[in-house]
Design a protein around this ligand. Structure first.
Ligand SMILES: [Zn+2]
Length: 375
């Protein structure tokens, strides 16, 4: 993988990740294919939304169907019929989310499968092996996601364990795939900066920011991102893991982030929440029962070009499968259009105007941390 920074505007970056499997234009949003599928979407649908890279889950795929089976069947790309690049997470976040089902020590994490109670072990070495078996294009180091809230001492202990695991991940990473480090350190700027500089000393192809969007107030996330912005290496891609809402993605792009992933567009779609240029729309509201309007008039997706809100309301109410398919399609398309608009605006030197328009359409005022874009 090679990263090319094309241009910058007000801190926002327009770049390109070049892989043998294709180009990923940044800022990029990666739909999440948890179990080898972006829920409710066929690969042809995912391509139509403009997605250029997907995220695959180590944790879920190692348990079902098993990474050695995926490898035997030609790797994850072949298995799910997705030919463009795939980033795999390391499984660290999911085992951390298991709580009592997981036991962490220096060596790694012993855990019980939430599916059938079977015993498993993940460590930097096994995570690298599994991600290689899947045939990932971007491998993530195995880290510990620092719990929130955490004291300085707790966050420091966790961050240092992650650094030792980062070294082991690098040593055991045995493929041509890109390897990304993950900055931890809780809500403490000093720990975050230490984590980043140690990771840079080890040397990675990209730098991710983990342990955010874990329940902290938005001000904390913004403070950490603002502080890291000037320290992240400019010639490497910057990836904010697990974020999130459109407004958070827009802010993070303003702080120099290039890559995002989140289950929000597909998960919220299935729960009735459609994401639009004017904010969130709950299709379950009775007001949509007879509406001939599309979900979002300014959306170019095939759902908004053809179907009415009333039809989607009806499909959801009737628990029809097509509801999940159409709503997931629209939401994913919206996210990719948002990324495309941001890329265009950065290229044209109009990112500040884009951000103002984004908030205007949502009838929201510019948050205090983006006020510098008003000038
Ligand atoms: Zn649409």
């Amino acid at each position: 993988m090679n990263f090319e920074l094309i241009t910058e505007d007000h801190g926002a970056r327009r770049g390109q990740l070049n892989f043998a499997r294709g180009v990923v234009n940044t800022p990029a949003f990666m739909p999440v294919g948890t179990a080898g599928t972006v829920k409710a979407l066929e690969v042809s649908n995912v391509l139509e939304t403009g997605s250029e890279i997907l995220l695959g889950n180590t944790f879920h795929l190692m348990l079902k169907p098993g990474d050695t089976i995926v490898k035997k069947l030609g790797g994850l790309h072949r298995f799910m019929q997705w030919e463009k690049p795939i980033l795999t997470d390391s499984g660290g976040f999911q085992v951390w989310s298991l709580g009592k089902l997981a036991k962490i020590n220096e060596e790694g994490v012993h855990f019980k499968s939430p599916y059938d109670g079977s015993k498993h072990f993940l460590s930097p070495e096994t995570s690298m092996e599994i991600q290689n078996n899947l045939g990932s294009d971007i491998v993530m180091i195995f880290d510990e996601c620092t719990p929130y809230p955490a004291t300085f001492e707790e966050a420091q202990r966790s961050m240092e364990l992650s650094l030792r695991w980062a070294k082991r991940s690098k040593q055991s990473h045995g493929s041509d795939a890109a390897l990304f480090g993950i900055v931890q350190g809780g809500m403490h700027e000093d720990l975050r900066k230490h984590s980043l500089s140690e990771l840079m000393a080890i040397g990675f192809d990209g730098y991710a920011i983990g342990g955010l969007s874990v329940g902290e107030p938005k001000e904390d996330m913004v403070r950490i991102l603002q502080d890291l912005q000037t320290h992240l290496p400019p010639d490497s891609p910057h990836y904010l893991m697990g974020v999130g809402k459109p407004e958070d993605i827009v802010s993070a792009v303003a702080f120099g982030i290039d890559m995002f992933d989140c289950v929000l567009p597909t998960r919220n779609a299935r729960n009735g929440q459609l994401i639009t240029s004017f904010g969130e729309l709950n299709i379950r509201n009775a007001e949509h029962a007879q509406s001939s309007q599309p979900v979002d008039e300014s959306c170019a997706c095939k759902v908004c070009q053809g179907y009415s809100r009333a039809y989607l309301h009806h499909l959801d109410k009737s628990k029809e499968m097509l509801y999940s398919i159409l709503s997931s399609y629209h939401n994913t398309f919206y996210y990719q259009s948002l990324m495309q608009s941001m890329r265009d605006s950065i290229e044209q030197g109009e990112f500040a105007k884009f951000v103002k328009d984004f908030y205007n359409k949502r009838q929201q005022s510019l948050p205090i941390y983006l006020k510098h874009l008003e000038k």
